[in-house]
Write a protein that binds this ligand. Structure first.
Ligand code: SAH
Length: 296
């Protein structure tokens, strides 16, 4: 299924893209939000988009080709925001968007190894060139480390049993595919909830660890305010309670002299959007702030 850009109306309402504005989309993905920002900011608005995944850059490049030189796309980690903007010759931006998590394209492609429904190599790297993949973690990490990842990042109450089941399985044979892992986790006694595969929390935890998702977010947030122009806006969409907590704590740490919080409680998709996105947006939470100062 095509990737559904979560809460796109709210993103546009808050960013208020305008001609002459410059916008940074740090998780450009399939270019859904980026396209909306570019349409709204015509004829003169500019967008700088980054993604760690080269395939995402390729497909958003195709989608956004009509906007020609109004778009700059780079394969990079959003935590390098300063370097990315500098290389693009930009000092300040009017708006920043991070739409965290994985895209439907990544999730649905068995070869990328995110999916327990369609078995594939146990990979889970958003950047397939970068660092250790999930199979390395699952087959080599000490069991207490696995238990901690599954327990903390997955908030999986049965983390110990799952880690032990992984340990028993990998002593016999290397765990090579997402299907094998899903079965080990399910049979190992993962917590069950109606409507959800028992491996959901474990897969989510491993994905967060493999891609250092929480670290990236923590490193990015304090860098975002200095590159926003006065009255510029920062929009963050998270899909995981730990991500949302990091965003919330950052917002709390910002003084009213620095920025104004625009969302007292996070915005969530309504029932219609959740239905139309086939539940892919169901856990989305949007928080936003506006940098203080006088608009130039
Ligand atoms: N808003 C996009 C979808 C984003 S999905 C759209 O409308 O199409 C999330 C994307 O963030 C994925 O493509 C993933 O590869 C990317 N991503 C995750 N962590 C990243 C990071 N640290 N730096 C850059 N991109 C990242």
């Amino acid at each position: 299924m095509e990737h559904w850009p979560a809460l796109a109306d709210a993103v546009i309402e808050i960013l208020e893209p305008k001609s002459g504005g410059i916008y940074f989309d740090g998780t450009v993905g399939e270019g859904g939000h980026a396209e909306a920002i570019l349409k709204k900011s015509g004829p003169g608005g500019r967008l700088i988009g980054a993604d760690v995944d080269a395939q995402a850059i390729d497909s958003s490049r195709r989608r956004l080709a009509v906007f020609s030189d109004r778009v700059t796309l780079v394969q990079a980690n959003y935590r390098e925001i300063r370097e990315i903007l500098e290389a693009a010759g930009v000092k300040e931006v009017n708006g920043i968007l991070l739409d965290l998590g994985v895209s439907s394209r990544q999730l649905d492609d068995p070869e990328r190894g995110f999916s327990f429904r369609n078995s594939g190599p146990l990979d889970m790297r958003m950047d397939p060139e970068g660092g250790a993949d999930a199979s390395e973690l699952v087959n080599r990490a000490p069991l207490p480390v696995l238990e901690k990842i599954i327990g903390e990042f997955g908030e999986e109450p049965r983390a110990r049993r799952i880690a032990q089941a992984i340990g028993a399985a990998r002593r016999k044979k290397r765990i090579a595919t997402t299907g094998e892992l899903a079965e080990i986790v399910a049979r190992g006694g993962a917590a069950r909830r109606p409507g959800r595969h028992p491996a959901t929390l474990t897969f989510q935890a491993l994905r967060l660890a493999v891609n250092r998702e929480l670290e990236n977010l923590e490193s990015f947030l304090p860098q975002s305010l200095p590159v926003l122009s006065p009255r510029g806006r920062l929009v963050l969409i998270s899909y995981h309670s730990l991500e949302d907590r990091i965003v919330k704590n950052f917002f709390k740490s910002v003084s009213p002299g620095q920025a104004k919080i625009l969302t007292r409680t996070p915005l969530r998709p309504d029932a219609e959007e959740i239905f139309l996105s086939r539940s892919r947006t169901r856990s989305a939470k949007l928080r936003a702030l506006e940098k203080a100062g006088e608009e130039a």
